[in-house]
Design a protein around this ligand. Structure first.
Ligand code: SF4
Length: 345
């Protein structure tokens, strides 16, 4: 056991608590720490989370409103029309089904609900009208935050979506720029970055992260964290690849629990103020799922994922309560803060 490593973790922790940053070099060192040092790293990440995000956990949920046969070739995705998977294919779900799912999510405690559609942006008036119908229906009698994930956004479409009621936009980088050509070749990394910037410029809250465990190196995990930091992303969803039969990543070995926890903790150090929310692939943690929060996560997606079943929601809620954490049901509060900021700008 090398006690200087504990001291180095402590030094970086104190620097961050005092408003400083961790360098990418330090991130590359941290994500390589042995399992032996990981509990200490997690305890330090927990301290940073509490300092910047308090004792509250942000909970969100999603609906897959249009699925399958996507024109893009993302190698991890069961919905790509380029791969041979048994993922369901369907057009927009009925509005009443979406509203029922959003209502259920709010009852569970979710502050935000994401309308997720396969494909690459809003390409027709028909699509935009359907989304407006969804947002209006979600807004009727509910204060749940209206999110969407619809692929690339131009400046114009971001402004238009904001105008029809969207509040948050989710668009993952997926991975580091240096690994992106191993993940997807039907669009560029720059389109992902432009989408994030366009959403922010339109006044939307941006949620952007990626998927770990797709064969990228440890350095590339830090490269993505560094890019997210440069883009000043407020909410960072982390997924851990669940290999899907029929995709080019079907044979990828899932990440091990300590490797996942170390990645979450290192992201907390790299992005101390961000809402780091854990999404797909939590099941790879097995009995260690509750440790995501001790590793620095401040949010979690509950319910089902796009094409796979999620964990039992009552187990998730109990897990949060047993850890003496609270669920942040703060959509209305966040809206009011935005109004105050806009008025004083
Ligand atoms: S991740 Fe999105 S854009 Fe890529 S193939 Fe899947 S649905 Fe299409």
């Amino acid at each position: 056991m090398d006690h200087t490593l504990y001291s180095k973790i402590d030094q970086i922790t104190l620097r961050i608590l005092n408003g400083g940053e961790m360098s990418a070099d330090e991130g590359r060192w941290m994500i390589r720490l042995d399992d032996d040092y990981t509990p200490w790293l997690m305890a330090s990440a927990d301290r940073i989370r509490k300092n910047f995000r308090g004792n509250q956990i942000e909970v969100c949920a999603i609906a897959n409103v249009r699925s399958g046969n996507c024109s893009r070739n993302c190698n991890f995705c069961s919905q790509s029309g380029h791969h041979n998977t048994d993922s369901p294919t369907y057009d927009y779900i009925p509005t009443e089904d979406l509203v029922a799912q959003a209502k259920q999510a709010r009852e569970w405690g979710a502050s935000d609900f994401g309308v997720v559609s396969k494909g690459w942006g809003v390409r027709s008036d028909k699509e935009s009208e359907k989304l407006e119908e969804y947002f209006n229906a979600m807004d009727d009698g509910s204060d749940i935050g209206r999110c969407a994930s619809l692929g690339a956004l131009s400046k114009d479409s971001a402004a238009k979506l904001k105008g029809i009621g969207m509040e948050n936009y989710h668009h993952n980088l997926e991975c580091a720029e240096s690994y992106f050509d191993k993940v997807c070749t039907s669009h560029s990394y720059q389109e992902n970055i432009d989408t994030i910037n366009n959403a922010r410029e339109a006044g939307l809250r941006v949620c952007a992260g990626g998927i770990l465990g797709m064969g990228e190196s440890l350095d590339q995990r830090i490269e993505m964290a560094d890019t997210l930091r440069q883009l000043n992303v407020e909410s960072v969803p982390l997924n851990f690849l669940s290999p899907v039969v029929g995709t080019p990543m079907a044979k990828q070995t899932p990440m091990e629990p300590y490797e996942i926890l170390r990645a979450i903790a290192t992201y907390r150090f790299m992005l101390p103020q961000a809402e780091i929310r854990i999404a797909g692939g939590r099941q790879h943690l097995g009995d260690m799922q509750s440790m995501i929060f001790m590793a620095g996560a401040s949010g979690v997606m509950i319910g089902d994922y796009l094409t796979t079943k999620g964990r039992n929601v009552s187990d998730d809620i109990k897990m949060i309560k047993d850890l003496k954490l609270e669920i942040r049901g703060n959509t209305q509060q966040r809206r009011e803060q935005k109004q105050v900021q806009a008025a004083s700008a």
